[in-house]
Write a protein of this length. Structure first.
Length: 562
């Protein structure tokens, strides 16, 4: 049987699964483990939702997809744009399967907006600014979905900072909201599954990631057997209940629907504790590699005001206020705010900077960047060596050991035609347990290099962060009962296509996990002849309007990524 069902658990980790299995609380996951294949699925570097899912569905590394983090520089500018399917490169497995005549259904996979035409149904994930006609294919299917699931949301929309400042019990209210979102995700999956006998079904549950970001420390304490308070026990219970809800669906419907097909559970990354934030750009500035430019109090006040308007006013009202302030008359002036993540950098005197919250460092390169200061490969390597030396001086405040677990040069971890868009270096701080401070305004807000979890979020501050070690579980007529040890994110696409009895593509970076397949790898001929134009992938293009990009940034802020 060549049909495949993939359920993605965003942030799914064996740390929680194995603990709950040992307690008899996940009977259906236990069946998957005992009867099928298992592997620790290693995420991209850095382990971030956007590049990880892109590498999953294209079978290629970030040097070919163009996604290494949540944001990327627009070519030839210092403007940052959120990642989406429009600025990615590569052929998704569902497009290849569609071109080969397979019926496919795709739901809630990140980095799939706008939805592309497929031989079936596609519903975009969290990079869709709203549930509009570009977020679903075919576009008229949106009405059917809303009729079947009236409570449908394209993403979990909450404002944790509002809850902690305006609600008597923000933690319980937040948990309740997320539990309802999880129920909605499961309801949509059940509805889509039963519409048709799909050849390829892919759905992602994002609730696991959101629960764990906020409640990880409590869950980790319970897993390790530490004594915990009643509140921490409640927080850990919320994380465990999310996995148990998924397990119940496995038993109630998903295993039955997949009796004659191959069922795959996977995650984009794992999870571990978050110990704090580090102002990497401050370290680079102290080393003479970056210069901050002075920012007047008036300009900061205007930026703060516009940010608040973005967060709390309806879209139409926001546009009117922007016109009143004179911000809408000049796209350049408005982008001063839109790119506030890097607004305080004096690029003419900067050689290297940290962008985003996952340790990506970029050289300011002459000939590529508007105010580039670094000439040629020899100087680029010297700057990276200086950065390594400066950052190597940082010590983990918990134990006094070197903070940087590893420096990755891009040549070590990426390859492909989009190497110029990749970060020149990625730093892993204490096994990803520290994250860079996000945004230059935050870099300058405090003197301390080390920062605790954000004060704004209070009881709902993040206590968990991503790890590379995710999950891969598979069971079905084409799957053996083996423990694979480890697999790479880029191995999933070739393996799925082999289960679908479809040939490989030369550009895939992963391998077919033959050890887990009953019939071994399947190759029926040259992939490009089978897939035709779909093998090339869609051309990259700008997707978001200014208003839509604001919606995405607002969502990322509410989720704690900004």
């Amino acid at each position: 049987m060549s049909k495949v069902c993939i359920i993605g658990l965003d942030g799914g980790t064996f740390t929680v699964i194995d603990f709950l299995v040992s307690q008899g609380r996940l009977p259906n996951f236990t069946k998957l483990i005992e009867q099928g294949s298992r592997a620790t699925l290693l995420s991209t570097i850095p382990p971030v939702t956007w590049p990880a899912w892109a590498s999953f569905y294209t079978g290629t590394n970030p040097g070919k997809t163009g996604a290494a983090d949540i944001f990327k520089f627009r070519p030839g500018t210092y403007q940052l744009e959120p990642m989406n399917a429009g600025n990615l490169q590569g052929a998704p497995i569902w497009s290849l399967a569609s071109s080969a005549g397979k019926r496919v259904c795709i739901y809630n996979v990140p980095v799939t907006y706008p939805a592309v035409p497929v031989n079936g149904i596609m519903i975009s994930g969290l990079d869709a600014p709203e549930f509009n006609q570009r977020a679903v294919y075919p576009s008229d299917f949106g009405n059917s979905l809303l009729k079947a699931v009236p409570e449908f949301q394209i993403s979990f929309e909450n404002d944790a900072k509002y809850l902690v400042n305006n609600r008597p019990d923000p933690v319980m209210e937040w948990i309740g909201q997320l539990e309802q979102y999880l129920k909605m995700e499961i309801k949509v999956i059940n509805y889509l599954m039963t519409l048709e006998d799909w050849d390829l079904f892919v759905a992602v549950i994002r609730s696991t990631d959101i629960f764990q970001h906020t409640h990880w420390r409590a869950a980790e304490m319970v897993v390790s057997g530490e004594e915990v308070s009643a509140e921490d026990n409640m927080r850990a219970g919320a994380v465990f209940a999310c996995y148990e809800a998924v397990d119940r669906q496995l038993g109630d419907s998903w295993l039955r629907w997949c009796e004659d097909r191959n069922l795959v559970f996977m995650s984009d990354h794992g999870f571990g504790r978050l110990d704090g934030y580090v102002s990497v750009n401050r370290v680079l500035a102290d080393a003479g590699l970056l210069k901050f430019r002075p920012v007047s109090r008036n300009r900061r006040s205007q930026t703060y005001l516009v940010k608040k308007l973005q967060s709390h006013l309806p879209r139409a009202t926001r546009q009117k206020v922007k016109h009143y302030l004179g911000l809408a008359k000049s796209r350049e002036r408005w982008h001063t705010y839109a790119d506030s993540l890097v607004a305080d950098i004096d690029w003419s005197c900067t050689r290297l900077c940290s962008i985003g919250g996952f340790g990506c460092l970029f050289i300011n390169l002459k000939g590529r960047d508007p105010l580039g200061t670094v000439s040629g490969e020899a100087e680029r390597q010297r700057v990276l060596a200086e950065a390594e030396a400066a950052l190597s001086e940082l010590k983990d405040p918990r134990n006094g050991k070197p903070l940087i677990s590893r420096f990755y040069r891009k040549e070590e971890i990426y390859s492909g035609p989009l190497m110029t868009e990749m970060p020149d270096m990625v730093i892993n701080m204490s096994d990803w347990s520290y994250c860079p401070v996000i945004g230059t305004a935050n870099d300058l807000a405090e003197e301390s290099i080390f920062r605790p979890p954000t004060k704004e979020w209070k009881q709902l501050a993040h206590t968990g962060a991503h790890r590379r070690e995710g999950i891969l579980l598979a069971r079905g007529p084409g799957i053996k009962n083996v423990n694979l040890g480890q697999a790479q994110m880029v191995d999933v696409a070739p393996t799925i296509m082999s289960l679908l009895e479809l040939p490989p593509l030369d550009e895939w970076d992963g391998r077919v996990l033959e050890e887990t397949l009953v019939g071994g790898a399947i190759s029926t001929g040259p992939g490009r002849e089978v897939y035709g134009g779909a093998a090339a992938g869609a051309p990259r293009h700008q997707v978001y309007s200014e208003e839509e990009e604001e919606e995405i940034r607002k969502r990322l802020e509410n989720l704690g990524y900004l």
